[in-house]
Design a protein around this ligand. Structure first.
Ligand code: ATR
Length: 289
């Protein structure tokens, strides 16, 4: 029987998710349909789309910009959230909570929200052979993207985390908020600074700002170095990565994270584990053709 999935966003025409999940389904040997679902940018429309999809027999949905926080609110009031979604304050993976359905709770009150973005990043770094256990990591940015990766990085064993942001107060507020939301996050483990003041040597520097969408450049200190530099963005030239590549660092954009988070969503929905490296190689090959 065909299992139905969607990705909800606005805009959504560019989404690579249908191609990625179709490849996963071929690898797993199961029959799925996976479609892009446009939604007007308001909470009532989002809720209507989600309810119609799940009441109509849908198995799972991915959520992308600008709905990840709306999806969090929706699950908070109509079901439940994983710890990663709760700490991230955002949901990228929606499914139905079977334990609630078994108790007779209606579909519209049995939504379950997870967030696989941060674990997708951690899994990608591990497949690159970039060790996180005991690593000293600088994370630049204090918006939604940074928020989603902090707990998974700490769970992966990062011992010292420096959170740098253009607006320092947003970084310090984020640390206070996350350390009270999760017992795993100790605020003494995370120091904060302004991006322009970030200096010294790190095992890894991660760019979680949205600067790659503009022509601006991050004000990077002359005395800032790392072995590995990662940008959560992908699909465009990223001056942040060029800066550190020119100084001898290994670099990666966020394409592997995109596939990693998708694989975790797929596993959550279907129970099938994905060979992410094999899938990435096939997707890269088909994009280059
Ligand atoms: P969200 O992800 O929550 O939507 P955002 O407004 O897109 O947040 O911003 C994401 C991050 O990129 C923030 O850390 C932001 O810095 P501020 O908190 O100081 O606004 C950072 N950012 C965006 N544009 C930037 C720029 N031109 N220079 C430096 N940092 C920038």
């Amino acid at each position: 029987m065909t299992q139905h999935f969607i990705v909800i966003g606005n805009p959504i025409a560019h989404s690579k998710s249908p191609k990625i999940h179709t490849l996963f389904a071929e690898q797993a040997g199961i029959d799925i349909s996976y479609h892009r679902q446009y939604c007007p940018d308001d909470e009532a429309s989002f809720t209507a789309v989600v309810e119609a999809f799940f009441c109509g027999g849908g198995m799972g949905a991915n959520v992308t910009v600008p709905f990840k926080q709306v999806a969090y609110d929706c699950c908070l009031s109509r079901g439940g959230l994983s710890e990663h979604a709760n700490v991230a304050g955002a949901v990228n993976t929606l499914l139905l909570d079977k334990s609630l359905l078994d108790k007779g709770v209606p579909v519209t009150q049995a939504l379950y929200g997870d967030n696989t973005d941060g674990q997708g990043l951690v899994n990608h770094m591990s497949s690159l052979g970039w060790p996180l256990a005991g690593a000293r990591v600088a994370l630049i940015g204090a918006g939604g993207a940074a928020r989603g990766v902090i707990l998974p990085l700490i769970e992966a064993g990062v011992t010292r985390l420096t959170l740098a942001n253009r607006t320092l107060s947003k970084a310090t507020a984020l640390v206070t908020e996350l350390s009270s939301a999760s017992a795993t996050i100790d605020k003494h483990q995370i120091e904060t600074c302004r991006t322009a003041d970030l200096s010294g040597s790190f095992d890894m520097i991660i760019n979680a700002t949205s600067i790659g969408l503009s022509d601006d450049k991050l004000p990077l200190h002359d005395d800032l170095s790392c072995q590995h530099a990662y940008d959560l963005m992908y699909g465009r030239a990223l001056p942040f990565l060029q800066h550190f590549a020119a100084r001898g660092a290994q670099i990666s954009d966020g394409y592997g994270m995109l596939i990693g988070q998708a694989a975790l969503s797929f596993e959550r929905w279907t129970g099938h584990c994905i060979d992410v490296e094999k899938a990435t190689a096939m997707l890269t090959e088909s994009t280059e053709k």
